[in-house]
Design a binder for this molecule. Structure first.
Ligand code: SF4
Length: 167
């Protein structure tokens, strides 16, 4: 009988897809990631491009003094440096991420740090100054709300230990 492996929703830019706002990838070269790809565990997804945002695109940040939960609740916005409002696309990206996780039975997510969609422990501070603060991106928050365990790239070993324990 086929063995069903735990699947991991992964930020597409982490596995080399050039989908970031600047048209680049943020490829993570790590043997664990290569192993999980070989095992068929990885479900790549870019919430922003899946929601219809172009590449390249203006960088956007969650407005200062708010957070991803407020964006999902409709009481905060995601803006670019000129004040362009991209909230609807970020909420749609989060919706697509959670729907994909559900359809593909992902219990885990491995997401690029710092992004207003995918950041799982750090995001930009909303002032376009390059400063990062503790916080989550909109898709990361939605995935946690949907029950996924969400990890940043620096927590690969923690995710591996969890997968081994549950194998
Ligand atoms: Fe990468 Fe996530 Fe940004 Fe897409 S939304 S480019 S997957 S960090």
């Amino acid at each position: 009988m086929d063995r069903i492996v735990d699947r991991i929703l992964v930020s597409a830019c982490l596995i080399g897809w050039p989908v970031r706002f600047d048209g680049a990838a943020k490829t993570l070269h790590h043997p664990l990631l290569a192993r999980w790809a070989e095992e068929g565990r990885l479900v790549p997804l870019c919430p922003e491009t899946m929601a219809g945002l172009a590449t390249p695109r203006a960088p956007a940040e969650i407005e200062p003094g708010t957070d991803a939960a407020a964006v999902l609740a409709g009481t905060a916005r995601v803006l670019d440096a000129d004040g362009g409002d991209h909230t609807a696309a970020f909420r749609e990206g989060a919706r697509i991420a959670t729907a994909t996780a559900r359809i593909r039975a992902c219990r885990f997510a491995l997401l690029t740090e710092g992004s207003p969609s995918c950041g799982s422990t750090l995001i930009a501070d909303g002032t376009f100054s390059g400063r990062r603060i503790l916080g989550e991106g909109v898709a990361a928050r939605a995935l946690r709300d949907a029950g996924l365990r969400v990890f940043a790239p620096d927590a690969l070993d923690e995710l591996a230990a969890l997968l081994d324990r549950e194998a």
